[in-house]
Design a binder for this molecule. Structure first.
Ligand SMILES: [Zn+2]
Length: 115
C-alpha cells in the first residue's frame, strides 16, 4: 500500500472496526497537541487522504521528508515548496475539521441518490 507506515495502516484499520472516524481521531490528537502548545510536524501529513497514526509519527514524517527531498533534487525548489504548502494545507484542513465536513456533505449527497 504505497509503502505507508505499518503503524499508520494498523491505526486506520483499528478505527474502521469501531464507530470512530479516522479523521475525527487525528483531529482530536491535533486539538490536544494545540492545547498543550505542542508543535505539530506537517511532514506527517504528507499525502491527501493519508492520516498518520498520531501527529508525531516518525515513520509518516520521514515519508513526508523523503517526498519533499526527492522533489527538491529531481524537480527543483519551486515544486518542493508547492509540496510543502500542500502538507501545511492538509494539516490545516485536519485542524479546522474541513475534511470531516466535506465527508459529511459527500455522505449526505450520496444518501439522497440511494433512497
Ligand atoms: Zn504511524
Amino acid at each position: 500500500m504505497l509503502n505507508y507506515p505499518t503503524c499508520c495502516i494498523n491505526a486506520y484499520i483499528k478505527d474502521l472496526s469501531y464507530p470512530l472516524d479516522p479523521d475525527e481521531r487525528i483531529r482530536e490528537f491535533v486539538k490536544s497537541y494545540q492545547k498543550k502548545n505542542k508543535k505539530i510536524n506537517p511532514d506527517s501529513f504528507c499525502l491527501e487522504e493519508f492520516l498518520p497514526c498520531r501527529p508525531e509519527c516518525e515513520d509518516a514524517a520521514s515519508m513526508g521528508r523523503k517526498f519533499e527531498n526527492d522533489l527538491r533534487s529531481q524537480a527543483g525548489d519551486s515544486v518542493a515548496d508547492i509540496y510543502r504548502n500542500i502538507k501545511l494545507r492538509h494539516l490545516r484542513d485536519v485542524e479546522e475539521g474541513i475534511i470531516i465536513r466535506l465527508k459529511k456533505d459527500r455522505n449526505r449527497k450520496t444518501s439522497k441518490f440511494t433512497i
